[in-house]
Ligand binder design. Structure first.
Ligand SMILES: [Zn+2]
Ligand SMILES: [Zn+2]
Length: 148
């Protein structure tokens, strides 16, 4: 009895700590990054616990899980509808609100005759840092060719 009680208390506490960590961060972290942050104040917590709890919180609509084809899921404290831009080099994700996405939803409804209940647009590209890195990389390559 007592053991059950303390286990459920511990689960509630862990859930609250993990949720607070997601809510305190202005961005989109992976489960691994959230685990590293939670571990600073809760060193005994297991990665599996953080991972399961994040999915549980997302199922309950307290946070949003964003999935990308070949990359780890990221977790978003903003649960209202919004769109994302995603850097294909470093994986960073930034919030955007694109009115045209709403028009796309009507077109999708018309073409499919579905009743669309949700939609989410991801724009893939290169962030400013990675654009810079590519330019520098190209310049460095052309210099070394000239030097050789
Ligand atoms: Zn990038
Ligand atoms: Zn977002």
């Amino acid at each position: 009895m007592v053991a059950e009680k303390s286990a459920s208390y511990r689960n509630t506490t862990q859930r609250a700590i993990i949720l607070a960590e997601v809510e305190s961060y202005d961005g989109h972290l992976t489960a691994g990054e959230i685990f590293e942050r939670v571990r600073r104040q809760y060193p005994t917590i297991a990665y599996g616990t953080v991972y399961r709890t994040l999915h549980l919180l997302a199922e309950h609509g307290l946070i949003q899980e964003l999935t990308f084809a070949d990359q780890a899921s990221r977790f978003d404290k903003r649960v209202e509808r919004h769109d994302h831009v995603h850097c294909t080099d470093c994986g960073i994700i930034v919030d955007v609100d694109v009115p045209v996405a709403l028009m796309a939803r009507h077109v999708a409804e018309e073409q499919s005759e579905f009743t669309i209940t949700s939609h989410h647009t991801v724009f893939n590209g290169l962030c400013r840092t990675c654009q810079g890195a590519r330019n520098t990389g190209l310049r460095a390559a052309s210099i070394s060719v000239r030097a050789g």
